[in-house]
Design a protein. Structure first.
Length: 118
C-alpha cells in the first residue's frame, strides 16, 4: 500500500524547492517572468503585469500546438519546447506534474535554465 503521507511530504518539498528556484530565476538578467501551472492552480510573476493575458495566451497556444505536433508525429510526450521571436524566447517545460513557462530575452541561455530547473 502506498504511503500517502510520504508522497505528500515529497510533493511539498518539491513545491518548495521549485518556488526557491523560481524566486532566484526571476531576479536574473534577461528574465521577463514565468507562469507555473498544476492541475489546481496557476502562479504568474511577470515584470510587466500588463502583458499577463498576452503571455498566458502565448504559453497555452504553444503548449497545445506542441502537444498536437508530438502526437501527430508519434514522438511521445512533450517534455520541453522553445519558441523564439526576434527579441524574446519562451521555454516551456514539465516539472513534477507542473507546466512551467519562462519568458526571457533572446540572449538568455535557455538550455542552462532547463538544466538548472530540472
Amino acid at each position: 500500500m502506498p504511503d500517502t503521507k510520504s508522497e505528500t511530504k515529497n510533493s511539498e518539498e518539491d513545491n518548495e524547492e521549485l518556488r526557491k528556484k523560481l524566486q532566484e530565476l526571476k531576479n536574473q538578467k534577461g528574465i521577463l517572468g514565468y507562469i507555473v501551472r498544476d492541475s489546481q492552480s496557476a502562479s504568474i510573476d511577470l515584470k510587466d503585469p500588463t502583458k499577463i493575458i498576452d503571455y498566458a495566451l502565448l504559453s497555452s497556444t504553444a503548449f497545445d500546438i506542441g502537444c498536437d505536433m508530438t502526437e501527430t508525429l508519434q514522438m511521445g510526450e512533450l517534455d520541453n519546447l522553445v519558441v523564439e521571436s526576434e527579441e524574446t524566447k519562451l521555454l516551456f517545460m514539465n516539472i513534477n506534474d507542473r507546466r512551467l513557462n519562462i519568458f526571457m530575452e533572446k540572449n538568455v541561455d535557455h538550455n542552462k535554465l532547463y538544466t538548472d530547473l530540472k
